[in-house]
Design a protein around this ligand. Structure first.
Ligand SMILES: NC(=O)c1ccc[n+]([C@@H]2O[C@H](COP(=O)([O-])OP(=O)(O)OC[C@H]3O[C@@H](n4cnc5c(N)ncnc54)[C@H](O)[C@@H]3O)[C@@H](O)[C@H]2O)c1
Length: 282
């Protein structure tokens, strides 16, 4: 089935990026958040990111206007009812996502697929909150969404082949490259990436090297476009900590213990780029 309209829950970093790529591909978007100021901030970010694409001649000024014209911002979640698929991109807390999935299951027509952009929470557990476990799937985009090619597509235990094929086709329509993974804590991306970032934090905490030196090693020695501590600041240190805790709880191996320095920094409100201070000052 060709999807013509999507609902997106959460207009933050990821939700506004996801709205951007769908609307740019000609698909109508209804974007929902809790407060008008979050919607305004999300729409503002989409406008700025589209301007950047116009400046780089990736799209025309008319494309920008048409893209913005395809996005409707709403506070009332029941307005998503007309959409043919919904992607949840709200805060990475199990209780928040549980409430959203239960409610969407009630609001949306029974044939509608409900996807989550979660970085680490079990798709199988989210599916169990609904009466349509075969239509629940992970559609994990990467930041910044308009730029990054990958979409990790996560099958829950009960996800049907038809749901998987619809979502894979949709990712391709957005110009993305879907990669299939099964449901396990952190999927593939964060299962491998987060322990690297966490270990880099241990190296700083133990005085092995400064944050700058650790990042230089990865940029110059491993050709990473940015070092692990710059990347952690970019992702958000609170997000990194939440994901380490999901890995620790879900996999049980002590190697997933969050770095004490990371915990202290989050306690201090040093969340990286978004708070102005993390391993670097912004
Ligand atoms: N930041 C990243 O690099 C990244 C990458 C991939 C996936 N993710 C995942 O994407 C999701 C969103 O992350 P983010 O970085 O965009 O977070 P964010 O904090 O920037 O945005 C979250 C948004 O969700 C809204 N929200 C919270 N509860 C809501 C509710 N009940 N209904 C509607 N909106 C609600 C918040 O108001 C906020 O605007 C998380 O699951 C995260 O793990 C993040």
């Amino acid at each position: 089935m060709e999807i013509r309209s999507v609902g997106i829950v959460g207009a933050g970093t990821m939700g506004n990026g996801i709205a951007h790529v769908f609307a740019r591909s000609g698909i109508a978007v209804i974007l929902c958040d809790l407060e008008q100021r979050f919607l305004d901030r999300g729409l503002g970010a989409i406008g700025k990111n589209l301007d950047r694409e116009v400046t780089k001649n990736k799209i025309s000024a008319d494309d920008k206007v048409a893209t913005l014209g395809r996005i409707t911002a709403v506070l009332d979640r029941s307005k998503l009812a007309s959409c043919e698929l919904v992607i949840e991109a709200a805060t990475e807390k199990f209780e928040i996502k549980t409430e959203i999935f239960r409610d969407l299951d009630r609001i949306m027509k029974p044939e509608v697929i409900l996807a989550s952009n979660t970085s680490s929470i079990s798709i199988t557990k989210l599916a169990a909150m609904t009466g349509r476990a075969d239509k629940i799937i992970g559609m994990h985009f990467f930041n910044p969404v308009p730029v990054m090619k990958l979409v990790e597509i996560i099958r829950g235990l009960a996800t049907s082949p038809a749901t998987f094929e619809t979502v894979r086709g949709l990712a391709e329509r957005l110009g993305k490259t879907p990669v299939e993974v099964n449901d396990a804590p952190g999927f593939v991306s964060n299962r491998v990436l987060m322990p690297l970032l966490n270990e880099a934090m241990y190296a700083v905490m133990e005085g092995v090297a400064t944050a700058e030196a650790v990042d230089e090693v990865f940029k110059l020695g491993m050709a990473h476009p940015m070092g692990p501590l710059t990347l952690a600041d970019f992702i958000g240190l609170d997000v990194c900590l939440d994901i380490m805790r999901v890995l620790q709880d879900g996999l049980g191996d002590p190697k997933y213990r969050p770095c004490p320095l990371l915990i202290r920094m989050v306690d201090a409100g040093w969340l990286g780029r978004k708070s102005g201070r993390g391993f670097y000052t912004y």
